[in-house]
Design a protein around this ligand. Sequence first.
Ligand SMILES: C[S@@+](CC[C@H](N)C(=O)[O-])C[C@H]1O[C@@H](n2cnc3c(N)ncnc32)[C@H](O)[C@@H]1O
Length: 500
Amino acid sequence: MSKFRLSSLFHSSSSSSAGADAETKKQNRRSFSALSASLRQKDVETNGVPAPASKVKVAKSVTVPEQSPSRMVALAQKITKATEKLETYMKSKNLPMPSFDVDAPADFPSLPEDVQKSRQEIIHATKELGLLAHGPRESVRWGIWEFLDVLALTAINHYGFAKLVPVDSTITLAELQTKTTLDSINLARLLRMAMTNGIFREPSPGVIAHTAASRVLAEDEDMQSWIGFNGEDIFPAAGHVLQALNAHPEATSLTRSGFQFAFDTVDKEPMFVTFGKDPNRARRMGRAMASLTGGEGYEPSFFVDVDKGGYDFSDLDAAAGTFVDIGGSHGFMCVDLATRYRNMKFVVQDLQKTVDSAPNPLSADPQVAERITLLAHDFFTEQVTKDADVYFFRWIMHNYSTPYAIRILKNLIPALKPGARVLINDHCLLDAGQENPWDERVMRRMDVVMLTLLNAQERTEAEFRDLFAAVDERFVFKVSFCSLIFLLRWWKRGKKKGWC
Ligand SMILES: C[S@@+](CC[C@H](N)C(=O)[O-])C[C@H]1O[C@@H](n2cnc3c(N)ncnc32)[C@H](O)[C@@H]1O
């Protein structure tokens, strides 16, 4: 992945002192811009931490080359260049350029790396330019109102408005109102709020039509679940995080998160138990996850395909080794692995209810299905599959705060043979400013979602090391693959006690 930095967001980009003559102003401006640029460069080397204001002031006196454009102009130029590159590629492949039109494609096709990089540059540079054009006070003042965008989208999704608007024609607000329980004022205000984000349009007063985005809401059921889960479960929980933190500042308990404060289950039950009692809500979360994991970089092939940088199990396959997927749901990772590796054996462990609802057989290929065992096992109890070669946790650790994560990992110890690998497939937080802005934002948000719902957390490599050190000193960190979405860790019982 190419790396982008946002450190420059924190710098001013021009300076001129009132009353100075034009040339002095010009020089000042050049000096300041160039110094900002040099500080920006330095920031990149120091984890993107913005320079203190005092440093910026000293910098004004430094003489710098002429013709440095302001940050805003540099961004505008970057946007133009990147957009032209994207357009040239799309045209060369006869692909339509993005549009709000109802018939526009809902997704970009898979793009070559350099074109994808240009696309990301457009996204990040427009955001930065927008913030600069708003100015700090305005950005902060109106930024906090983004929850109203969430509210409008959540309501539109909840009432299913998108499905009531015909895709290939229009509908009047009056007619739409007859199909809903909302009154006309509330219907219109929610739709018009969403229109400010390109969701629906009003081609003439009182007439509603789809855009490409509202069409997605009408047709993509996983997306409906994603909006529902976020808007109706996570959003209320987020609104109660402060209450949870004030009452329980340590924020480690599974039954004292914003979620429990929002839904009146404090000290009663974890979120997963609440969902287990409500099949509709559980299904919605399941589909929301499917929508998320359908995204680029989340697909199992990212882990399974060695060509894509996935993990190579050839040695284990040659030895017909055993791979245990703990909290492995319906075993889809093991099915993909077993399809690629024809000798390894697999155990998929999950809660009884999940095991009971798994498809049978797990794969149409009997050679695959017969090597996968589904087993009901609670990972808060001692591991029952002894002496396996790999114990795999995909998207498990980030659901738990450290006290719980330690318990889960300690339960492995009695089962581990010398050299057994514990493999963690999770997000890995990098230091602030080290990731490209898109991934940085996704990961920071995911981390806060974990806090909101579960008092859990994403972890940095150092935090994973600390976690395993707290479990047992015999774990040895072996290798990590850090990529767009997830990180693998390979831990092994070490030589300290003479095992390996
Ligand atoms: C976030 S999902 C991850 C599923 C799968 N590993 C994946 O990569 O998509 C968490 C999984 O852990 C399972 N789970 C939750 N609590 C568990 C427990 N105490 N013991 C075993 N599995 C559990 C859930 O049923 C669910 O399948």
